[in-house]
Write a protein that binds this ligand. Structure first.
Ligand SMILES: Nc1ncnc2c1ncn2[C@@H]1O[C@H](COP(=O)(O)OP(=O)(O)OP(=O)(O)O)[C@@H](O)[C@H]1O
Length: 330
């Protein structure tokens, strides 16, 4: 596969659901449009974050990409195949991990679960042994390969699920919230592993996440979807620049004081000795001013999380990014 191969090609992709609404006996059938008019091209070797608020249509898109759901409009090709018609063939070339579900057998040792995955994907024994050896090393599975899955921690289970999804050497890895519920160390281990997988094996990765840390560490490109349609496709910096969401500095004063007046900041909340300042200047300059003029016991700087950025996008402040990224109003 060359670097310019297209892995995902969606044009005008849509999925409607028919649902019953209203009180009993007066129920009406109506159509919910979960996804509509999505144009998306993902090229080989990219890591793309697919972001959006709850109910935006992320899972529905992922299910169409993996062939679980059939689109109701538009066209979709994944690795040159129409997913819903070539689900089994496609499954041999993609890996899928849903962070909140496991594909591992609860009562079996991890090693046996992975052996079953080998049979499901019909991976030759020698290939399996080679890949399992490599993944065991990279994901440090050794200490718990013989532990039943039900006794694994969430972080260990996620490493097991990633291994199961990668043993057949897929070209595309689809991840739904891969770090949800994990502690900081486990999150970091998973992110570093995914980066290595991408750079060393060229695996294309498409992931949904609500964690800005995942996006910042992994995704050069983010695609934002809201209310079923594409809202942004470009870099994270471009997204941030196109809608500045203020950073907030929390200041703990030695003694309670009225709202601080500091150049480059605006006090938005006071609670006893603690104050929250929205910054319009660079944080270092504001921190220098605050500590020069006031007795401060602690300072915390909070970056806007991805939900905040996405929410701002839908308060109508989106513009076209300076780096050529685009944003469409939803
Ligand atoms: N099987 C279904 N039947 C009816 N409506 C559905 C079905 N699946 C999804 N929807 C609706 O489609 C819309 C998009 O849902 P989807 O699960 O794709 O969003 P999401 O972005 O993945 O949300 P979350 O972040 O909460 O998982 C929602 O309004 C949801 O209620």
């Amino acid at each position: 596969m060359t670097a310019h191969d297209t892995v995902v090609e969606a044009r005008g992709l849509g999925r409607d659901f028919t649902v019953s609404e209203g009180p009993f006996l007066r129920r009406r059938r109506c159509t919910v449009s979960a996804v509509h008019g999505i144009d998306l091209t993902v090229r080989s070797g990219e890591i793309v974050g697919y972001l959006g608020p709850n109910g935006a249509g992320k899972s529905s898109t992922m299910k169409m990409l993996t062939g679980i759901l059939t689109p109701t409009s538009g066209s979709l090709r994944v690795l040159g195949m129409e997913p819903s018609r070539r689900r089994t063939r496609l499954a041999r070339r993609i890996g899928v991990v849903f962070g909140q579900r496991t594909t591992l057998w609860w009562d079996l040792p991890l090693r046996d679960s992975l052996e079953l995955a080998r049979h499901m994907y019909r991976v030759p024994a020698a290939d399996h042994a080679r890949r399992l050896g490599r993944l065991t090393e990279l994901l440090e599975l050794g200490p718990f390969l013989d532990t039943p899955v039900r006794r694994l921690s969430l972080g260990q289970r996620m490493r097991g699920d990633l291994t199961a999804a990668l043993l057949h050497g897929p070209d595309l890895l689809v991840l739904d919230e891969p770090t949800i519920g994990l502690d900081v160390v486990s999150k970091s281990a998973i992110r570093e592993f995914l980066l290595r997988l991408n750079t060393e094996e060229g695996t294309t990765i498409l992931l949904t996440t609500h964690d800005l840390g995942d996006v910042e560490r992994l995704c050069e490109r983010v695609v934002v979807i809201d209310r079923g349609s594409l809202a942004y496709d470009g870099s994270l910096d471009g997204l941030r620049a196109s809608m500045p969401v203020p950073r907030v500095l929390t200041v703990d004063l030695a003694v309670p004081a009225p709202a601080l007046e500091v150049e480059g900041a605006r006090c938005v909340r006071v609670e006893g000795p603690r104050q929250w300042l929205e910054l319009s200047d660079n944080p270092a300059a504001v921190i220098a001013r605050v500590t020069r003029d006031h007795g401060v016991t602690d300072l915390t700087l909070r970056e806007p999380d991805i939900e905040g950025v996405v929410a701002a996008l839908y308060r109508g402040s989106a513009r076209t990014g300076a780096d050529g990224t685009r944003s469409l109003s939803g």
